[in-house]
Each structure stands twice: as structure tokens, then as C-alpha cells.
Design a protein around this ligand. Structure first.
Ligand code: GCB
Length: 610
């Protein structure tokens, strides 16, 4: 029997706690565990298997209780083949693509480990280990013991580790496996890079024994400020709980029910300044219960649909948007989106393009990014990676998607910027798919009735007649269509404006994608420029925008896409080289000609609507 130094054997170990929501955890007292971590590749998944590759045995399981450093000090004969403490070091958060050149196309299991000092904060506190995200499945161990697992790359998870921490040095080990199967969400093939690793911040978050785990504060449909909160802990039931918005002089007191829940509302004070892209006013909101003081910054606005219009604070609005992947500028992105990197990209949308809207494709982005949208005044479309061909008939796949939606909505439903929850992208119609997506739509409405529900759909075509014949339109508030005539079809660009659109229902439509690849710097002076040239992309934008302007129920646009992004399926040796080139800016931020075309269109639209 071989001895290995990782805290191993996930399968045999009972898991400590299920993940908590910990809303606004980024604003709570915390100790950052970002920075230097050891890492080791484990291509045969030895760390979770028995010696001969089979399931882990009883005797293997016993090794999980040991702590590598202690063990080695006690017994000089101890053998550790995965000697994490002498493994290479990297900086987290970030994908392993950036750890070493040989990791460029690695998909599988990687182990991470670091030690940290912990000073107990006294009795009556609980400490959570919280990950902003890990792509795709993570198994977490503290001081050699399993504390929990999480599946799904883009939402946060937290485990109560109060009883596992010890004063002084502690060791944390995480196995992250990026390999996905057909029953995962998303499935293995997408049109973006899989950034395996711990791609968002890791923190120890301290809360009182009884604390506000979840709080949703918003302006409801009747113009009242509504709050729903969930306390967790021994004193959660029948507890006194208070909401205060000091700048508005608003306060409310009540009691939680037997399950620690509280819902209440109060009239919005006259002085309330509504949040909008032009005036993104945010208020400090406090919820106090026992020893806990929960704080968040919240904007108040309404969003609704009337006929085929979208109303923000009761006024019709056109969404001048663009789509965006979570990938920072630069030749070698590792996904980790710093606030500065997000700010630079948002500034291109707001100031550069005169936009007011961003589609954060195709999965939940960092919570810092949606906070920034609140602060900078950008309306947001937020989505889950139910993308292309999902295993519609598989109940486990549905359970994964439902959990992702719930985690995303709980994390972000205090963000006024978010106006649309999207449940899917480009999913071919079938009975199983319709049933799957209807379940998700029901979940969204149950978790948040203050926003609009959408999904990016495919259209049908007869000649130049475009039809929206997806039965899901009946279930959505806002229809959305991805359309690529003139790029994935041979239609001459000059003909695009004569395409017509028909809708089976009276609802607003967003063109959630349209776009064309262009390599920055490739110019084609021909009268009919070639695909991949900046001129072709610019002309494609001119003609598609002309078409969109003729469709009266089009109430928003989020063309594809702000920045060139990595995609392993895009291998044209000259123009793409592993990048999807539909960006209006290159991967390093240079603006292509089409950028100016869209900016001019949005400038004119903004001027018209004031
Ligand atoms: C789409 C997908 C998007 C792709 C894009 C493209 O329809 O939704 O993920 O990247 O087209 O470039 O083909």
C-alpha cells in the first residue's frame, strides 16, 4: 500500500456541511486566503482512488485523517508521493492555464494546498470557508478532514469550518476537477475556454453564531421597499430583527418565524432616489438580528414589461448593450477578473459605446462584477450555462441547473443592475427541453418576482422571413434571439436590412447576439470585403443594425461580443488561432472599426431617448 500526502478519499468520507448562501459575504469580516498556493497535477486521479486505480479501500481511507506535515515530522519513513508542501507554487485566484505552459490544454484533476494562521475570534462565532467559485467540481479538506464538495463552475459555496479550525497553523487542500460529462452544466463542448482552477477569491468569513444568511431587499411592484431574510443558528427562530436604511430614515422591526424567516415591507419614502444607469444611487442597508449586523449596498428601481415595451422605473427603455465573457484583457487571460479589469471593460461599454446594458454571458460572473454594474450604472442580463445540448431527460442535470440558478439568484438579487435572469442559451426545441426550462423559469419566479425572465432562443427562417416559433416565448417575459445571417449564412450584407421579423406574441424582443469575426488590423479594401476583415465586420454591423431598427418590438441589443475571447474550437490558422474574433475590441483592447459603428448607433439612440 502506498502512502500519499494529500487529504484523500472523497468517496468514503461523510461530508461535513452542505453549502450556505452567505449573501454579501464579500462585505463581511473576512480573512483572505488568496495568494500563494501549492499545486500538483493528478491526471490519473490517484488522490481519489485506491492504489490500483479502483475504488478507495478502507485502509486508504484511514490516511485522510493524517496531516501531512505533522506525520512527516513524526515518522521519517512516511512516504508522500504527492508531496504538496514541496510542490510548485502559484498565485490564486486564477486558472491553471497560467500555472505552467504544459497546463495549457489540461482538463482533469489538480490539487491545491496552502497553510494559513488562524486566530480564534472568541466564542459565539461561526467561521465559514467560502469560495467565489471553482471550475468545475471541488472537494475541500481542512486539516486533513473533508469539509464539503461543490459542483458547478460559476457560483460561490461556503462550508462551516468552525469546529475544524485550530489556533495557529491550519492546512487547506482542494481537489479541483475540470472534466465534464454530457450530464453536466454546461456539457463538455462550448464555445469558450474551460478555465479549470480556483478562479475566484477564497475567504474565511466570520459571523455570529446566529446570523443573516440570506436577505433580499428590493422595491416591489407596488412601490414598497420589501425585505425577506433568513436567519441561521441556534437563536434563529422567533428572533427580533430590524431593517434600517439610514440615509432614507427608514426602519422596520419584526420577528422571525419558527424557521428563522422574516418578510415585511414599508412604503418607499418620498426622498428615495431610484437607481438607473444615469443615476446609479445606492443605499446602505442594514439588517440587525441578535449580534449580527448584516450590511449591503442596494439600489431601488422597478423593471416590468407592458405590451412589447420594457419599463424601467415606469419609463420605456431601449437596452443599448453588448455581450461579454468573463475574461480579462491580455494575451494570456486566466479568468480571474479583478475589479480594475472589470472596470476597464465596463468603461468601454458605458463611455466608449454609449451603452447602458451588458449581457454577462454565458454563466454567472464574479460577484464583484455585478457590484460594479450597480455602482457604474449598467443594466445586466445574468445567465446560467444551460447551453446548447444539455441532457434534458436526466434528473441529475436538472438538479444541477436548478441549484446553479438558486445560487446565482440568492447571491445577486440585491443588485439593482440585474434586470433579466436568463435560463438558457440556444437550446434546440424538444418536449424534454421545454419541460426542463419551464422548471427553471418556475424556480426563477419563486426566488425573485421583481425581475424579468428570458432565454436566448433560435429563430426559424423562410427566405428573408424570420420567425420566432419557439413555444417557450409564452413562458418568458422578454424574448431573445441570437441571429447570425450574413456571418453563418452566405446572405449578401446589403440584403440584411430587408429581412423581416414576425412574432407570435406581443412581447419585447432583444437581439441577444449577432456578430462577425474580424482580426484586428486585417483590412480589406475590396468593394465586397472578405469575412474576417475589419471592414466586413463593420459593414455587417451597419446592415444588421439597419434591420433591427425596422423591427418595432426590438427593445434591446446585446451583440456578440465586446472582446475577442479564447475558444478552443476556433482554430483558423491565420485569423483565429484559438480565439473567437467576434470582439469589437481585440484581446488586448484595440478597437476594431465595428466598435465605432455600434458606438455611433448607441450615441444617436441615447440622444433620442435622453
Ligand atoms: C452563439 C453562441 C455563442 C458563440 C457565438 C459564435 O450563438 O451563443 O456562445 O460564441 O454564437 O461566435 O458563434
Amino acid at each position: 500500500m502506498r502512502r500519499i500526502g494529500l487529504a484523500l478519499v472523497v468517496l468514503l468520507a461523510p461530508l461535513a456541511a452542505s453549502a450556505q448562501t452567505l449573501v454579501a459575504a464579500d462585505l463581511r469580516e473576512n480573512q483572505s486566503l488568496d495568494g500563494a498556493w501549492h499545486w500538483s497535477v493528478d491526471p490519473y486521479r490517484d488522490g481519489v482512488a485506491g492504489f490500483h486505480g479502483g475504488p478507495p479501500s478502507e485502509s486508504t481511507a484511514r490516511y485522510q485523517d493524517r496531516i501531512q506535515a505533522d506525520e512527516a515530522a513524526k515518522r521519517p519513513t512516511a512516504l508522500f508521493e504527492f508531496d504538496m508542501q514541496r510542490s510548485a507554487i502559484t498565485h490564486l485566484p486564477g486558472s491553471w492555464i497560467g500555472h505552467a505552459p504544459e497546463m495549457r490544454y489540461y482538463q482533469g484533476l489538480v490539487w491545491y494546498q496552502r497553510t494559513f494562521d488562524y486566530t480564534p475570534t472568541g466564542p459565539g462565532k461561526r467561521v465559514y470557508l467560502r469560495f467565489g467559485s471553482a471550475d468545475y467540481a471541488a472537494s475541500v479538506f481542512l486539516n486533513g478532514k473533508p469539509v464539503g464538495k461543490h459542483v458547478g463552475a460559476f457560483t460561490p459555496f461556503a462550508f462551516d469550518v468552525t469546529d475544524r479550525l485550530r489556533p495557529g497553523s491550519n492546512q487547506i487542500t482542494v481537489g479541483v476537477d475540470s472534466a465534464r460529462t454530457d450530464s453536466d452544466v454546461p456539457p463538455p463542448v462550448t464555445d469558450w475556454e474551460t478555465y479549470g482552477g480556483i478562479t475566484r477569491s477564497v475567504r474565511l468569513v466570520t459571523v455570529p453564531e446566529t446570523f443573516v444568511d440570506d436577505a433580499f431587499v428590493r422595491l416591489d411592484k407596488d412601490g414598497r421597499i420589501a425585505v425577506s431574510a433568513q436567519l441561521l443558528g441556534p437563536q434563529a427562530a422567533n428572533a427580533t430583527i430590524r431593517l434600517a436604511i439610514p440615509a432614507l430614515g427608514s426602519a422596520l422591526e419584526g420577528r422571525t418565524d419558527g424557521e428563522g424567516k422574516w418578510s415585511a415591507s414599508l412604503p418607499a419614502p418620498r426622498g428615495l432616489k431610484r437607481w438607473s444607469p444615469e443615476n446609479p444611487t445606492l443605499y446602505d442597508v442594514q439588517i440587525t438580528a441578535g449580534a449580527d449586523h448584516f450590511a449591503d449596498r442596494v439600489g431601488f428601481r422597478t423593471i416590468e414589461v407592458q405590451g412589447d415595451r420594457i419599463l424601467l422605473n415606469g419609463k420605456s427603455i431601449f437596452l443599448r448593450g453588448i455581450s461579454m465573457h468573463e475574461e480579462e484583457l491580455g494575451k494570456d487571460p486566466v479568468r480571474a477578473m479583478s475589479p480594475a479589469a472589470a472596470r476597464a471593460l465596463f468603461a468601454e461599454i458605458k463611455q466608449g459605446l454609449h451603452g447602458n446594458f451588458v449581457r454577462l454571458a454565458h454563466y454567472p460572473h464574479d460577484e464583484g462584477t455585478t457590484r460594479l454594474a450597480d455602482e457604474m450604472g449598467l443594466l445586466v442580463w445574468s445567465e446560467v450555462p444551460v447551453y446548447w445540448r444539455v441532457a434534458w431527460g436526466n434528473p441529475e442535470t436538472l438538479a444541477t441547473a436548478r441549484r446553479m440558478i438558486a445560487e446565482n439568484i440568492r447571491r445577486d438579487r440585491n443588485r439593482a443592475a440585474i434586470v433579466l435572469w436568463s435560463v438558457a442559451n440556444e437550446t434546440p426545441v424538444s418536449d424534454a427541453r421545454n419541460a426542463f426550462l419551464r422548471t427553471l423559469i418556475g424556480d426563477v419566479r419563486a426566488l425573485d418576482d421583481s425581475r424579468l425572465v428570458t432565454a436566448a432562443l433560435l429563430s426559424a427562417r423562410k427566405g428573408k422571413e424570420m420567425r420566432i416559433d419557439d413555444p417557450l416565448v409564452n413562458d418568458l417575459d422578454v424574448m431573445a434571439i441570437n441571429t447570425y445571417n450574413g456571418w453563418y449564412s452566405d446572405d449578401p450584407l446589403a440584403e440584411l436590412p430587408s429581412f423581416t421579423w414576425a412574432s407570435p406574441v406581443t412581447k419585447p424582443l432583444i437581439f441577444s447576439e449577432f456578430g462577425a469575426d474580424a482580426l484586428y488590423g486585417y483590412h480589406d479594401g475590396a468593394a465586397a470585403p472578405h469575412k474576417f476583415s475589419e471592414e466586413y465586420q463593420a459593414e455587417y454591423y451597419r446592415r444588421t443594425l439597419e434591420m433591427a431598427a425596422k423591427v418595432p418590438f426590438v427593445r434591446g441589443l446585446s451583440p456578440w461580443i465586446l472582446k475577442d475571447f479564447r475558444s478552443p474550437r476556433r482554430q483558423h490558422p491565420v485569423y483565429q488561432q484559438g480565439w473567437n474574433r467576434k470582439g469589437l475590441i481585440s484581446e488586448t483592447g484595440q478597437r476594431k472599426l465595428a466598435f465605432g459603428v455600434l458606438a455611433e448607433e448607441y450615441r444617436r439612440r441615447a440622444e433620442r431617448t435622453g
